[in-house]
Design a protein around this ligand. Sequence first.
Ligand SMILES: Cc1cc2nc3c(=O)[nH]c(=O)nc-3n(C[C@H](O)[C@H](O)[C@H](O)COP(=O)(O)O)c2cc1C
Length: 195
Amino acid sequence: MEESKILALSGSPRAEGNSSLILDKFLEGAGMEGVKGEKVIINQLNFKPCQGCGACNKDGICIIKDDMQKIHQMFEKAKGVVLAFPIHFGSMSAQTKMMIDRFQAFWAARHVLEKPRIREEEGKKGFYICVEGSNVKRFCRNAGEIVEVFFEILNIKEEGSLFYSQVRTSPGIVENKEALKEVMEAGRNFARELK
Ligand SMILES: Cc1cc2nc3c(=O)[nH]c(=O)nc-3n(C[C@H](O)[C@H](O)[C@H](O)COP(=O)(O)O)c2cc1C
């Protein structure tokens, strides 16, 4: 089987919610360019939050053996990473942040051991999409800052981002044909960058 080039992560607890649908559209666009993607629902993973034990300072590997080991490898393999998440209480969903914190091992590999698990020369690319129910722009901006720091630490070059406000849980983004078209185009452009 051909390997996926794009790792698409949904940070919503709703497996078929807006973030997930957005990723489907993004990957549909990428598919038009012949680039395959794989979607992962963070909420369906079995993993603990970072325990701050510092063990990863020794070898850049997290000692907690759970699903995050596989996600670490998927990040290393993918050429591009797209992250879609909802705003919860003015910030990114807890699922998204919990995953990000487990990349402390990548921070340690790069900044303590000076052996980054993802090297800049690999040219790995990232994109993120934020959805919120309200129209408070600073929520997505704040959450976006966290993703940008995350990508920067991992040596992932951010290619772009999209924010969607006033997207309710139901009926949600499915009603916004313009937004879905924009997401599909973004996926298409992102895929072109990966070829
Ligand atoms: C626990 C929880 C907290 C939320 N807090 C906010 C919030 O602070 N601001 C906001 O604009 N929307 C908030 N929302 C609404 C979601 O961001 C919005 O419905 C989004 O479209 C859901 O995306 P999803 O379908 O991918 O889960 C919240 C939703 C939940 C479930």
